[in-house]
Write a protein that binds this ligand. Structure first.
Ligand code: SAM
Length: 298
């Protein structure tokens, strides 16, 4: 793997990941990638970290994508309301379909994090998943989201964290495969994404005067893969082909499984690290004042 992503020398060296096409309109392929990605992290159960919410809580999922987490968030407040916010109308449509059974308990806002127009002091919980990593102005996005939390309410961001200089690691250690992590980080940076954002968020929330900032980390197994040189010979070319051909994630999984079988190598796991960065808005608010705006959402 000699090419430097973004150098123009070898565009095929770019490693696939869901942020690949975030700046384009979403189609079924993008939605499938988001789904597969969310399923990977479901086992980590990030929602288990959340504080208990009132039954009628108002919840905002900012960057809700296909509504994967929004549906699960809604279950935390059986008489509450969930607001899905995303800049992609296509993804919002998918979320709308997914949450149809909730009826008026679900609402949908097509907004950009860079120009949020949300009611102040409205939400018991503001949640993000793999969205602030792509925010061009993290500080502004957090300020906008925090203004929308009601005093005493929470923000919880399930975002990537780099472990050391990588945001993914391999068990048992496999230097060839770890190169993938380096490339992913580099590609992400070129695209304006920060895959260490989890840690930055928690510091930023602290600086903004929110209470009880915390970061709880998880690893999630992404792929079982073959060890040793097989990584260079099999996994890297597969990853390149995935990007070039826009395979769906299941196709990539099938091909990796077939390659594993053929190679007869021991199993090895590639982990992507994400964490829940969380904090509470003081019950006196953060000085923005104003009455609770519940009811204005939607
Ligand atoms: C990687 S997806 C995550 C989707 C979902 N939260 C999940 O975990 O399955 C990022 C989402 O953030 C949205 N997004 C990215 N940048 C945004 C912005 N500036 N404003 C609003 N939404 C944005 C994308 O459209 C996409 O739905």
């Amino acid at each position: 793997m000699n090419a430097t992503p973004g150098s123009g020398a070898d565009p095929d060296a770019l490693i696939p990941y869901a942020f690949e096409r975030l700046h384009q309109d979403s189609d079924g392929g993008e939605a499938a990638r988001l789904e597969a990605q969310s399923r990977l992290f479901e086992e980590a159960d990030p929602l288990a970290q959340l504080p208990p919410l009132p039954e009628d809580a108002e919840i905002l999922d900012a960057g809700s994508g296909t509504g994967f987490w929004a549906l699960r968030l809604a279950a935390l407040a059986p008489r509450g309301r969930i607001t899905c916010l995303d800049r992609s109308p296509e993804l919002l449509d998918l979320a709308r379909r997914r949450l149809a059974a909730l009826g008026p308990r679900a609402s949908f806002l097509c907004q950009d994090l860079r120009a949020l127009d949300l009611p102040r002091n409205a939400f018991h919980l503001v949640f993000t998943s793999l969205t602030l990593a792509h925010a061009p102005d993290l500080e502004a996005a957090l300020a906008g989201l925090t203004a929308a939390i009601r005093p005493g309410g929470w923000i919880a961001c399930f975002e990537p964290v780099e472990q050391g200089r990588r945001f993914c690691s391999v068990q048992p250690p496999c230097p060839n495969l770890e190169l993938l992590g380096d490339q992913i980080l580099e590609v992400a940076r070129e695209r304006g994404s920060d895959l260490g954002v989890g840690l930055t968020i928690v510091h930023q929330l602290d600086r903004m005067g929110l209470e009880a900032p915390s970061l709880r980390a998880y690893g999630a197994a992404l792929h079982g893969a073959a060890a040793g040189t097989c990584a260079r010979e099999v996994i890297v070319p597969l990853a390149r082909a995935y990007l070039r051909n826009r395979w769906d994630p299941e196709a990539l999984d099938r091909r990796i499984a077939a390659a594993l079988e053929e190679a007869g190598r021991p199993h090895l796991w590639l982990h992507f690290h994400r964490a829940v960065a969380m904090a509470r808005k003081p019950s006196q608010g953060l000085g923005e004042g104003g009455p609770s705006a519940v009811g204005q959402v939607g």
